[in-house]
Design a protein around this ligand. Structure first.
Ligand code: TYC
Length: 88
């Protein structure tokens, strides 16, 4: 019987910077990644202190769409927030 590999999964990661407001990052984590306020705040603070943090884990297409939506929202709001994806 042929074995089917599970699809590779990707982490969507936010990077810290000195300019994006903390509230904006919390809003992004709530709105695009469906975290509650407390979890979003914890993830934001982790990124702020450690330089980067995982927002969620998705299949490739979903991860790529999340990155695009986050970057579009950040640019629209005039913030330099960076969002990337990596193989989990
Ligand atoms: N370091 C930013 C500040 O002090 C907050 C921040 C957190 C920015 C997480 C980006 O991914 C980020 N306003």
């Amino acid at each position: 019987m042929q074995r089917v590999e599970p699809p590779p999964v990707y982490q969507v990661i936010l990077l810290n910077d000195d300019y994006t407001p903390m509230e904006f990052v919390v809003m992004v984590l709530q709105h695009f990644f469906r975290h509650d306020l407390e979890t979003a705040t914890q993830i934001m603070l982790k990124i702020h202190h450690e330089g980067r943090g995982v927002c969620g884990v998705f299949t490739r297409d979903v991860a790529a769409t999340k990155v695009e939506l986050v970057l579009a929202a950040a640019r629209r709001a005039g913030h330099p927030l960076q969002c990337i994806m990596e193989v989990a």
